[in-house]
Design a binder for this molecule. Sequence first.
Ligand code: ADP
Length: 913
Amino acid sequence: MKEDTTKVNKYLTLWEKYKRIDQNSALNFAIEAEKLSKKLKFKDGLGEAKYRRGVILRDKGLNVESQKYLEEALSIFSELDDLRTIGFVKIDLGKLKQNQSKHKEALSLYLEVLPIAKKNNDKNTEARIYNYIAAIYATQKQYVEGIKNYEHALKLVREINHLPGISACLLNLGTVYATILENDKALPYFKESLEIKESIGDKLGASRIWYKLAMIYLEKKQYNLAENNIKKAYDLVIAVDHPNHFFDVQYGMALIFLEKGEHNRSIDIAKKILSNAKASKYTTLSIRVHRLLHKAYNQKKEYEKAYNYALKVIAISDSLYNQNILSVTNDMEAKYQNEQKATEIALLASENKSKTITLAKQKNERNAIIAFSIIILLLAMLLFSQYRLKQKSNDKLKELDRLKSNFFANISHEFRTPLTLIKGPIEKLEKDPNTPLSIESVKMIKRNSNRLLNLVNQLLELSKLDAGSLKLELKEGNVYKCLRVAATSFDSHAEQRNIYFKISIPDTVLWALFDRDKLEKIIYNLLSNAFKFSEDSSVIICKVDCIDTSLRIEVIDSGCGIAKENIPFIFDRFYQVDSSTTKEREGSGIGLSLSKDLVTLMGGTILCTSEINQGSCFTVTIPIHEIKVKTKIDVTSSNEMIITDTKIETFEFHKHDSRDIPTILVIEDNLDMNEFITQELIKKYKIVQATNGKDGWQKALSNPPDLIITDLMMPGIDGIELCAKVKTEIHTSHIPVIMLTAKAGLDNKIEGLETGADDYLTKPFDVHELQTRVDNLIKQRQKLRHLFRNTTTQIDPKKITVTSLDQKFLEEVLSLFEANFSDPSFGVPEMQKALGMSKTQLHSKLKALTNESPGQLLRNFRLKIAEQLLSQKEDNITQIAYKVGFNNLSYFAKCFKERYAVVPSAYYIHKTK
Ligand code: ADP
């Protein structure tokens, strides 16, 4: 035959013909039909073939495979929207479930199809359904209901004269009657059924009936009839491949022979069964056969053998018992379902007449419940997802808000520092137009305005990118040269910081169309980050090459690196790994985000690999199409860029400043700013510079200055921490502190003051304001010291100190004096010991607070007491001198004269008068 759909249909017809005669052939026809349908893409045929394959597999007891094919068929027919065939498959699927004792599932499938069958007047299908429902009743031992349903089914198939249906219903009725031991009622059903089976050539079916008849006759002890019938069953079963039934028939034979007293024949057959049937697969059969053997040998009086078979029966029973234990949960579930089914079936029976309406109603109700549940579920999902969305967007907004405020705080710092540096010299010029600005000041202005410009450009570029209006401006040029010029602009910076900076860019010409400005921005950003996040004396490499059409730029540093968990975020806008106020480096978190956007705009990629404390490597890959030009290009003419970044001078010379004026310690990490402040104040004050908090603190401690000016945001120890240190350490607690910060706002002001900063200046500040505040604080301290000096009677520590620590210190000194002033051996070393300070520490502390050295202070204290005693005239001069710890009268007189401009005797006389 031609390979077409007709052939498929022929296969399917053959299946129909063979399904009751020869299951294996039927199965093969189904497989062939399936194969051909697949080849022809004949969906209908494919569905039919799978359906048929499933049915045979089910009847062969291969439930899992059967389910697969039936379900596949069902989905094909559902696609084709073929209600009739869907119904068929569902019934067969139901039968499969029934075979697996899944009665509930089976029943619901049957009930789904029943109304449709009725509506279509499909009596065959309706009969099948009643037949199957009846079987469920029978399994539940509800025989009356079972018989009723079988009879109803039989009536239906008889109406259409469907022979296989009729024979099936007859067989089933006979079986139920045989089960309830109504053998006489069973026989006519069996016989009629057998006739039909034989007429339609259903060998298996006929064999089964012969077997059943044989068993009935055995029961009736009509052994010859029984033997006849079982032989007929045997003759038929060997023609079909059905091991289960084959062993049943053999066992039946053995049983009959046993009952007939033909022990040896019975034993022979039984032993054949055992050698053919695998005990593991046919456990119950095996028990039955062993029991039979035990019985046979027992009857033969061969007790030893009988005993052994009995033992085997026990052993197999035990193993079966164990198997049963294993599947006990399944069984229990099945039983539970069975029980449920019993009630359901009872219900079903009572509603039998109005079944269609009820079923439709039930279906509608079920559909309504399903629809309602779905709506509720959808609503719940919707509400939940909205809630999640809201929560997510809230979180996102919060995060964005945090990033934004962080960004503004940082960006204001970024702006304020260069602005202050620009404003300063200009204000100076405005005030004193006749003094021209130094070249350093002009360069500083230029540098800082460039910095501002760059920052503004970056922000503008970002907003353009966001608006999608940033376009590539392609121009022809030498890519290598552009990159080399950009990279070499970092040379001087590298030299200044003693960084080994290696530029590896091919010495050739890569002539191509590219956006010079954007490419420069990318490499600038990467290189400035590399420099920013590297220590002095480290290594930075800039490598460029171009393979085929891919330009690769690598910037490698051996700096602080980025932790793995932070790498995914570094290209996010405003993201900074360290966004604290104490962060080591300035930054806005824009650079990398902008670079990434620019690279993307160019159709390239940017990657970062980094390891904390090891360094980072940024790799940019951009597609570039080299233009092969025949004429030699003048590589020197384009792209000139002069960077004259003058090295910032070191400040060593200030250390040798020998002027006798107050000293100011300037702690500021921005070198331009540091220098700017220094230049402002150097005329009136000695300046000591520090570029970070740690260095500043050490300098303050080793050589306490008269005033400290410190920046708030600094690497390591920030301004706040430094101030707290200064104010809580006795050696420095007297030093006034001015805090500089870029962050404007009350919070910071309060913070600055709370930490004990004596004054607070927001960048950009007016240079005069700084000058004034410095002068004021210095003057204030001098005044206090003056106050002390002029105190001729009693020293009041409260009046001359600003901090409580200093007050306490001074009180301690005074009580030490009070306790020891009359002891001539009490001097500076004893003071040092008692206060736990070194000579210089004690000296500088007391000098700062009182403007007097420790020795001077003690002597003046003694003289003050002497002066009081002299005025009281209670003792003579010599006595008084000794009382206040002077053991040399002339020295006492000399000191007294120095302090009070009169000799003690004159004072004594004068006061006496
Ligand atoms: P910023 O202005 O803060 O430098 P960027 O967008 O350029 O902003 O960089 C984002 C963050 O990525 C930086 O704050 C820094 O933490 C990290 N980073 C960038 N480059 C490097 C590098 N070469 N080494 C270590 N960290 C880096």
